[in-house]
Design a protein around this ligand. Structure first.
Ligand code: SAH
Length: 351
């Protein structure tokens, strides 16, 4: 049996059909997720093998080989705070992506396929237990947070994403609380509403959502994010306003800062006006040039000017680091160029 895609309860039920007691099933489940041991003959090791591991300073990018020749891509990102380091795992929900955002490397390969819940949880299992850890000479990293910010659009694969969150948060398994999991979306109202319903259930109320706003208005957003034609900003913000619990930490508005596109002082002011009255953090992500990018990365001065202006406007605002650029592991840089050259899936716009 593949445990990766199942919660403890589901495992117990499936094991019962094989004549295995609840107690033994629970022990096997905990062994597999906590110590990476398969202690029972009915537990299969379904972990896809690690294909590559690339390191840029402290950021580790790894890929898993799937049975059909495709690969997942994930990144383990160090977070330094008060002299301590914790690690955030960035997972992919799809291979490639259908959203077609002009600034994103993954979009260039189109959508190859969605991942199963098992393949999403496998990324956590590999990061936690199997990826070489050159910093302590062993294997695996303690993972504090999980962000769905790798390849793919989570709302395009919601059943698998939600099931993977159920497993990741299972106390007897990975035990990553929902408050430490963030789903990042290009912004599709129906998907946000489904996520909101999911976040009303016990144990998932503190799930975090990040919205890739990326522009002050629909005109500029439409130039870099084709989804805007189907889903204008106002509609998405409306869906976010209905999120069950309004906490300042719950919403993160992501804003990829691209010189000459969305970085002018008036863009900053317009964005802050748009977000007035919504408890959220504006997260400025310096643009990481994709391959063959028409735009350059912003300078430190340009980033600071935008962030300082947003704060002066009364908007809570942070800048995101640019870890992993040298390993093509930073935001928006995931995607296998060889696969991209081989396959083409046309961009499809929902709505
Ligand atoms: N599909 C999801 C998750 C994908 S990427 C979404 O759209 O939110 C996670 C974040 O990286 C998004 O906010 C996206 O806008 C940002 N991003 C994409 N390409 C980038 C790039 N080249 N440089 C910096 N950030 C980028």
């Amino acid at each position: 049996m593949d445990l990766l895609g199942n919660t403890l309860q589901e495992t117990v039920e499936a094991a019962k059909a094989l004549g295995v007691s609840r107690h033994r099933a629970a022990a096997a489940y905990a062994d597999f997720f906590r110590t990476d041991r398969c202690t029972e003959p009915w537990v299969e090791d379904c972990m896809p093998p690690i294909r590559t591991t690339t390191i840029d300073e402290e950021t580790v990018k790894f890929t898993l080989s799937l049975g059909d020749g495709l690969e997942t891509e994930s990144v383990i990102i160090p977070m330094h705070r008060d002299g301590r380091v914790t690690r955030t795992l960035c997972v992919s929900s799809q291979i490639g992506c259908a959203m077609g955002c002009g600034f994103c490397e993954t979009a260039q390969m189109g959508l190859l396929r969605s991942l199963t819940a098992s393949e999403i949880v496998a990324q956590w299992h590999a990061a936690r237990h199997r990826v070489d850890n050159p910093f302590d000479g062993g294997r695996g990293f303690p993972i504090k947070n999980i962000v769905f910010m790798g390849m793919g659009e989570p709302t395009d694969n919601l059943p698998a994403v939600l099931q993977s969150i159920r497993v990741l948060a299972d106390h007897h398994g990975p035990a990553v609380p929902a408050s430490r999991i963030t789903v990042s979306t290009v912004g599709r109202t129906e998907g946000i509403r489904t996520l909101a319903r999911f976040a009303t259930a016990r144990g998932f109320r503190k799930l975090n959502i990040a919205f890739s706003l990326n522009a002050p208005n629909d005109r500029i957003r439409g130039e870099i994010m084709p989804i805007t034609r189907a889903e204008p900003i106002a509609r998405i913000l409306g869906a976010l306003r209905d999120w069950p619990i309004q906490r300042s930490a719950a919403f993160c508005m992501e804003y990829v800062l691209i010189p000459g596109v969305n970085d002018a002082p008036e863009h900053c002011d317009e964005t802050c006006a748009l977000l007035k009255g919504i408890l959220c953090s504006l997260n400025v992500i310096p643009y990481n040039p994709r391959r063959e990018s028409p735009w350059r990365a912003p300078t430190e001065e340009e980033i600071t000017a935008f962030v300082t202006r947003a704060i002066a406007n009364g908007q809570f605002c942070k800048r995101r680091g640019t870890k992993g650029r040298n390993a093509m592991a930073a935001c928006g840089q995931l995607g296998n160029a060889n696969i991209r050259r081989r396959t083409f899936v046309p961009v499809r716009i929902a709505g």
